[in-house]
Design a protein around this ligand. Sequence first.
Ligand code: FNR
Ligand code: LAC
Length: 363
Amino acid sequence: VNAEAPLNLAEYEAAAAALVPKAAFDYVAGGAGDEVTLRENRAAFDRWRVLPRVLTGAGEPRLATSVLGTEASMPVLVAPSAFHKLVHPDGELASAGAARRAGIVYTMSTAASYPIEAVAPRAGAWWFQLYVYRDRAITRELVARAEAAGASALVVTVDTPIVGRREADERNRFSLPFGVTFANFDRPEQREMPANAEGSGLATYVQFESVLRWSDLDWLASITRLPVVPKGILAPDDARLALEHGARGIVVSNHGGRQLDSAVAALDALPAIAAAVDGRCELLLDGGVRRGVDVLKALALGARAVTIGRPIHWGLAVGGEDGLVRLLELLRAEIALALQLSGLDDVAQVTRSLVLPTGPLSA
Ligand code: FNR
Ligand code: LAC
């Protein structure tokens, strides 16, 4: 692999693996349990084929769209992910800057390794991802800070009442290296990850609310003026409930296979959720998006846009802010290519008829 110029996201991953310390790389790469869901997130994309149309007159493609009313240069967002400093000293300052330069929405994690107030000025449009802390005063404070710093949506992660069992992290006794913290907090209990001789330090960071209810979503909607977007929904009935409890968008996700192993692949959950929601809110999809054509498949099956998690760490690891900009531009070029070769010249033209399950066409 030529680390100067990876040709695709998989080559960025390989380049990152050679640059990042093993425990940090394993934390980013890993999934829960046997990693069935981690693999399925990818495999689900490969079960769909594209039916291109020809002679449509499609020219230079237009990728611009909007997500929850925010303009975006393409239907891709930065997924919230923890501790960008694990892979590059500029951490979230660099990832937020790259998202701004690429013209896409940045989602800032509660578990960022630079604080909200330092990262926000680097981003363009950005959303805040909230972990509900057991201590509701801490939770309120995070929401207030995100609002004050200019977040335009509140993504509430609902699939992580406790952290999934990631065996690589246990084996590596994963904890945060010197200089990397939950930087949004001052008090050591919230700021530091326990360095646990027994296993994963993250698994023993027991600050998140371990008993989440729909009433908590109502409560959050009542304390913020931002649109509330639950992240981590897979069941169509939960998508319906989310709408009843004030959700303004939904992230269809299994946390990149890091939580419940054997949870359904995110892409496999999408069509049924799209049917349940029936246009009442926008859907985002994450888990396994690695190619431009994956983005088109997700759009065809009902997503407004996708978010990408691990690839953000790969771009940062390879080249900081510039490296991530290059990765995002590679993905953009792939989306444009796939669109034009499909006979379309605007992402808004992607419909369900663009894709079909693998196998012969019906006569
Ligand atoms: C995550 N994810 C995540 N999600 C979240 O809501 N808050 C967080 O702090 C994190 N942290 C985090 C760290 C790392 C290293 C990874 C890889 C992921 C999950 C993330 O938002 C997203 O759901 C998945 O990463 C999507 O899958 P892909 O794109 O990584 O396959
Ligand atoms: C993770 C948590 C922090 O997936 O969301 O590692």
